[in-house]
Write a protein that binds this ligand. Structure first.
Ligand code: PLP
Length: 352
């Protein structure tokens, strides 16, 4: 039913996550080029200065920029910078900060509670956020101080610009800050065809955690504070959290390479296109039921347990953590041939 992985070099059977892909060529070559003798440490090197400027240019904003090792750290310490321990962060029950960070946001904020708001396809709604903000004002309940939204979402959907600014307006009216978990921000920018500024500070986002790993870097996420004041003492927080890289150039140089010539967008567009290709093929397969709209680089499909078991037995790697569904993630490294083969195997797995 399938070619063995060994017969298919690369990432042929791998649809578990965009972080199971390797390092894209531009980032890898920049990583190697950065290994050129000595350079100042802790972010005082040329590559780090350059990439911070490049990010300010890209976002058309005089932002404060920091680099950390992974997304959990980025989200957690960014949220900790936005609220006191007695304050709360509003998110969905599908949010990575809620389901996949082992309590790190609560830990780094010394106990700020996550308050869950209803969502549609992984997206908060302004009505839902408003309800949580106004639910209680007494001293016995934690005070909402931040709204965090994920772009693109954990369910493969996208917030439109108006949806972001609608939520941000409610937040601002009530003195809350807006944080964006952009582990897949590149996919969102590529799919929506709007500028990074339009999708962040112009829509009311105060802080963005801009994911590098899933878009093809070896390691590292950028934290972008559009309100410089919020990022004022953030370097101390990074250091205390063990997130200040001494050989920072190896985080920043690959970023710099990705941001030049729009490599980051090209790779994200490719990942999105592979997801579209898979979704279109699945739509034509009898018995396969799309669970969610495919708007970025993830495809969510409902398959009977028997079919899931067959696909796994055939060597395909994917997650099934959505009740009864399979999640197929595409990355910069996903090949058309792999998508076509997967679709054919899904059809076969559904056959009698
Ligand atoms: C992958 C991911 C992260 C970051 O996860 P790490 O494993 O800590 O790098 C954060 N948010 C979302 C939505 C993600 O998908």
């Amino acid at each position: 039913m399938k070619p063995r992985e060994l017969d298919c070099p690369g990432y042929f059977l791998q649809f578990a996550s965009d972080n199971s892909a390797g390092i894209c060529p531009e980032a890898l070559s920049a990583f190697n080029l950065a290994n050129n003798g000595f350079a100042a440490s802790y972010g005082n090197d040329d590559a780090t200065h350059l990439v911070c400027d490049r990010l300010r240019e890209l976002f058309e904003a005089d932002a404060e920029v920091f680099f950390v090792f992974n997304g959990t750290a980025a989200n957690s310490i960014a949220l900790a910078a936005l609220c006191q321990s007695y304050q709360a962060v509003i998110c969905t029950d599908t949010a990575h900060v809620e389901t996949d960070e082992c309590g790190a946001p609560e830990f780094f904020s010394n106990g700020s509670k996550l308050l869950l708001a209803p969502h549609r396809h992984g997206k908060l709604t302004s009505a839902g956020v408003l309800e949580v903000i106004t639910r209680r004002t007494d001293v016995h309940y934690p005070r909402p101080k931040v709204v965090t939204l994920t772009q693109s979402t954990e369910m493969g959907t996208l917030y439109q610009k108006g949806e972001i600014s609608g939520i941000a307006r409610i937040a601002q009216q009530h003195g809350l800050r807006v944080h964006m978990d952009g582990a897949r921000f590149a996919n969102a920018v590529a799919a929506l065809n709007l500028t990074p500024a339009d999708l962040t500070w112009r829509a009311g986002v105060d802080v963005l955690c801009f994911g590098g790993t899933k878009m093809g870097l070896p390691v590292g996420e950028a934290i972008v504070f559009f309100d410089r004041q919020l990022g004022e003492e953030f370097s101390f927080r990074c250091k205390q959290a063990g997130q200040l890289a001494s050989k920072m150039r190896f985080l920043s140089a690959p970023w710099l390479a990705m941001l030049s010539h729009d490599h980051w967008l090209r790779h994200a567009r490719h990942a999105n296109a592979m997801a579209q290709r898979l979704a279109q093929k699945i739509a034509g397969i009898a018995g396969a039921e799309m669970l969610l709209p495919t708007e970025a680089n993830g495809v969510f499909v409902n398959l009977p347990q028997e079919a899931l078991t067959r696909l796994k037995a055939a060597g395909w790697d994917f997650y099934t953590f959505i009740g009864g569904g399979a999640r197929f993630m595409c990355s910069w490294a996903t090949r058309e041939a792999a998508v076509d083969h997967l679709a054919a195997d899904i059809e076969r797995a559904l056959g009698t």
